[in-house]
Design a protein around this ligand. Structure first.
Ligand SMILES: [Zn+2]
Length: 279
């Protein structure tokens, strides 16, 4: 009888332990172990979701809203960490509420990337859903056009730290097409905002990416050269000119990536929660 009770107790103990482990939330698991290190590569990071009016995106439909995601991109090249945009730092922008929001630094932290490790940030434009996390990364040098930096500094919540950043010499003003590293080039587009930019990256022979910023939203319509509406642009003619270029690049095999299309995530594999490896 004693042996039987011991056996039952032991079994209960092990079953109990294993079921507890299965039910542990992901955050607790990652908190108790050192985070896995990301491989070198190109990643899309999902900050949150929302709905956005179709008339402001490059949609064929004018009415209603569509679900969008809030993305930024990470490039890891050995010890060099580069962000394209920074995600939003609050749970809502001035125009739209962000659902399921997690702070950019927290998502990167789950992959062992501390804020101080981000060395460079390329800002596609000044809008808060792209620039809101800019002050989370104290060591980063910022590539931005003078026009959009000026607009950004008007933002009261970000402003004072941005002046300090500029004084420290960590803002590189982009005034013409500029190569950040070999075959990775910033393009001035200046359609969506006065100083908006895009990025063209020849990753390897035959593999090219174009990150459009918010010059276009829906990848399928971007490929067709479908521009924004005048309401969604600073300069509609600049936006149209860039979208012509997008369709030409797309037809010759370049992968088009935007900042808000959920379809971007299906191009990659989710290697950690909200971190999608694209290449
Ligand atoms: Zn945006």
């Amino acid at each position: 009888m004693k042996i039987f009770i011991l056996l039952v107790t032991t079994l209960l103990f092990y079953c109990g332990t294993s079921s507890l482990e299965v039910k542990k939330p992901i955050s607790e698991i990652s908190g108790s172990m050192s985070p896995p290190e990301l491989q070198d590569g190109f990643y899309a990071i999902l900050v949150g979701k929302s709905f956005y009016p179709n008339r402001l995106a490059n949609s064929e439909i004018e009415e209603g809203e569509s679900e969008i995601v809030f993305l930024f991109y990470l490039i890891k090249l050995d010890k060099r960490y580069i962000l394209i945009d920074t995600g939003t730092s609050s749970i809502s922008t001035s125009k739209i509420a962000v659902q399921n929001w997690i702070s950019s630094d927290q998502i990167l932290g789950s992959a062992g990337i501390k804020p101080g490790m981000i060395g460079e940030i390329i800002l596609t434009h000044f809008h808060s859903d792209h620039s809101g996390g800019i002050n989370l990364f104290p060591n980063a040098k910022i590539y931005v056009t003078p026009e959009d930096w000026y607009s950004l500094k008007k933002n009261r919540t970000l402003g004072s730290k941005l002046f300090a950043k500029e004084r420290s010499g960590k803002v590189q003003f982009v005034k013409s097409s500029f190569e950040v590293f070999s075959n990775f080039r910033i393009l001035l587009t200046k359609g969506h905002t006065q100083g908006s930019i895009a990025i063209e990256w020849l990753r390897s022979p035959g593999k090219k990416f174009l990150i459009t910023g918010d010059e276009c939203y829906w990848v399928e319509f971007c490929k067709q050269g479908h521009s924004l509406s005048s309401e969604g642009t600073f300069s509609l003619s600049n936006n149209k000119e860039f979208l012509d270029y997008v369709s030409v690049l797309s037809s010759s095999g370049t992968k088009i990536l935007t900042m808000h299309d959920p379809a971007v995530l299906s191009l990659g594999e989710e290697v950690l929660p909200r971190i999608y490896k694209l290449d």
